[in-house]
Design a protein around this ligand. Sequence first.
Ligand code: SF4
Length: 446
Amino acid sequence: MPEFKRPKSKEEFDINFAQKKPLMNDTEAYYESSRCLYCYDAPCVHACPTHIDIPLFIKQIHTNNMEGAARTIFDSNWLGNACGKVCPTSVLCEGACVYNHQNVKPIEIGRLQNYATDGIIFKKTHLYTPGEDNGGSVAVIGAGPSGIACACELRTLGYTVDIYEAKEKPSGLTLYGTAPYKITNEEAIQEITYLQEMLGFNIFYKSPITTRDEILNLENRYDAVFLGVGLGTTGTLGIKGETLDQVVGAVEFIEELKINQHNINIPQRVIVLGGGNTAMDAASESARMGAESVLLAYRRSQKEMGAYKFEYRFAISSGVKSLFNVKPLEIIGQKRVKGVQFIKTHMKNGKLEDIPGSEFVELCDMVIKATGQGKQLSFFDLIPGLQVSTSNQLIVNDIYQTTHPKYFAGGDAVNGGAEVVNAAYEGKKAAQGIHRYITEMKSNHR
Ligand code: SF4
């Protein structure tokens, strides 16, 4: 019996995907903020990639200074609301909270961050204004977290900012790639709408930049270009059967689910291949969509999984079963997938090896491959002089400038695939780098 009933309406979908970090009410926020010790040199601040002054905003919440609290958060992180919801707080700020040393529940920093920013966004309280027009203009490719953060920062510095986004909506992976129980589509879009109305950057939707001419056009029209293009589609495993019906990439599966919600039909038996956080999300989501059985299959041991422990626990609590040390050999089926043939693996002399004769088949109606995303190499090729590392990540310097001086970059294309909070930080820092670059360029031409 599946743990979850198949959702047939938006209401049923929302019940199955109830928020993991629901919004605090006033009493909860007052109590929780009173527990903070307002530590000197607070470890939670060091653990936050954007270094939000956490004790300060918690104190501001406690003294009912909500605008002050929201400003403290947005000063460091333009996506402070989304990050409160989607950040893996138990391994970042909350994981560093001093209460952990005393076996006391750490302060719920993420939920307090949402409490402080939700009301401000809902009331459309404008805490910032665009900087005085300095005559400069910047093109941003991609309206994901790094692109939006870059645009916000540039607007406060007085630049005109045009964002070119391939999809119909903003937010990138926050909207299209984050599990619905972490953030709803409405919440993701509300924060971007709030920032856009307050700071006035332009977003051109359904405007992919895919040709050398389009790139040249941007290069000629703008003083600088920011690349917030993220990663590509799910990579291939290189095994037979990957093109069968109902063999899908995890990123594509999660996107489809985020957009079409209860309208998508999940088959009875699902196998998810992979051991990272995306695999955990795809497995949890399949179970919450009412699949009868969801099997997570990873070629190494449980200890070697890349996924956070809490993400694995959440998948298991959603009814997902797991198999470790199994490698897919072939996806079986005629036109449509019928199962996966695996072989068992073990470590021998520090190397992962197949165990001869241990092949077996697990039947299923759908395979979700969560085995990593490709890089945007064909896009990078459009820009001569752009260099990538051996792992195909864009190379940038300390101001997030690429090896082509007019191009800056941040987010997954640079870090290889990290959290929304890392992208938000890099987008903001890149904007400051762009400002330095344009200022120096203009002063050299005087
Ligand atoms: Fe408050 Fe914990 Fe941060 Fe200390 S470490 S300031 S108690 S949230």
